[in-house]
Design a protein around this ligand. Sequence first.
Ligand code: TEU
Length: 557
Amino acid sequence: MRRAAPSSPVAAGLRPWWATAVVYEVYLRSFADSDGDGVGDIGGLRSRLDHLVDLGVDAIWVTPWYRSPMADGGYDVSDHCDIDPLFGTLQEADALLAEAHERGLRLVVDLVANHTSCEHPWFRAALAAGRGSAERERYLFRDGRGDGSEPPNDWISAFGGSAWTRVREPDGVAGQWYLHTFAPEQPDLDWTHAGVQDDMDAVLRFWLDRGVDGVRVDAAPAMAKAPGLPSAGHLPGAAFDSGGWVDSPQWDVEAVHDILRRWRRTADAYGGDRVFVVEAVVKGPERLSRYVRPDEMHTAFNFDYLRSPWDATAVRAVVDRTLAALAPVAAPATWVLSSHDETRHVTRFGRADTAAATMGFDELSAPADLDLGGRRARAAALLTLALPGGTYVYQGEELGLPEVEDLPDEVRQDPTWERSGRTARGRDGCRVPLPWSGARPPFGFGPDGTTPWLPQPSAWAACTVQAQLEDPGSVLQLYRAALRLRRSTSALHLEPLTWLDVGPGVLAFDRGAAFRCVVNLSSGPVPLPGHGRLLLASGPVLGTELPPDTAAWLDRA
Ligand code: TEU
């Protein structure tokens, strides 16, 4: 069995592991399928742990594996303390955790606490018990406006349309409305309810007791709502834009921090070095820094970095703003390029507009230039892995996978697709099952002859793990080399970032006296600043010139 090499400054106890960790996001349904039903599962993940050890990541975050009707790929949970049979069993989850730990890999689970599935026993009971019942108090049931046929306020769902759905009461008449920030199958909990708070503490303890190393907190800013649920004043047709909203009654409301503090106290009672990473798409790094104050979450996904266009001024600005916002709360940064919710960055960087849109709500644009996007993605990997803090790698990123933009409409499963009236394609294109080996689908994702839940492009024969292992110039080999170097380069764990001003379109920074990273985002070659030994480059480097869309790591010692 292969074991992750301990990272030196971390092993020496100079930093908690999560401050500079490389965490690999496992979108479980699309990682590896052990039983041939077309859906990735825990067995598949267990069988592929050595890929992650060889890649050189420190930890894995596993997306929701709980019991779920799968209206939102498992982010609609009907039992937080059991594994869905589609993914395996609790015993398999325990075995995975043990096997990950034996290999030196940590494991982070996903806590979906803003909402449950509409099939959760609490919601079924709330529907059955009717208006005014104690059961309804766990959710946000309200009477409609006017004669009751208008939603209680103007809030909008992240997947499009109103955030309210009207129910049929037990006696058959059209009745109250319930709030769902996401799909109608995902009713929001009322976090002012003491029973909800206590029961979610028990969920948190259930997973901490099993020995998980961390918890990713889903959609945190949605958990608290402004008292009285006032309308937001949205203009007709307004889109969900949590990253742009200020003083929204449905997002980033102050009381959310009480919930996070409570969880932090619960987790701290366990000792050890467990980590909370919060998913909070809020307006800018300054608002985000409030989620990582010393008594709240440890780290937060950096969506501002993810959304940044491929532009030196914009990237530098977001790096500086991130570091400046986090310094007063002494939280480490994270750097994220892709996730199961976003257009894969190979494709994004190959478009005319390289900034990220939200949750697949991007316009159908001209086809991306995937060669260009691929070069930029390789450069972005070296940039990202050289920045101070932790990094998230989304599965398939290490293979340079593009977004699958031509999925047939009938296979799409993301609720965004139907909720938008089939105008926003949603997130399925970044969730196509991974290609592991072989010349035709399922490319080792599942047993030969099985059909993955989303079809894989036949061109992916060239980007399987197996094919890339045989190619020294592959994206996979670049990631492996970069992660190896990152682990053994103590400056990347300990030293601050110092910019060098080397001209427009170029990002150059040092980490201590010995390490330098240079990224050329301009359209022509630039001289590599200063001398030093080339440690690694994202593409061919001729002499001392760095070609466009290329990054280099230099050893100046
Ligand atoms: O995402 C929801 C979320 O809060 C943001 O990622 C969202 O993109 C942003 O607010 C839009 O401005 C999480 C999960 O990652 C996603 O897969 C689920 O569908 C969602 O929660 C609901 O559980």
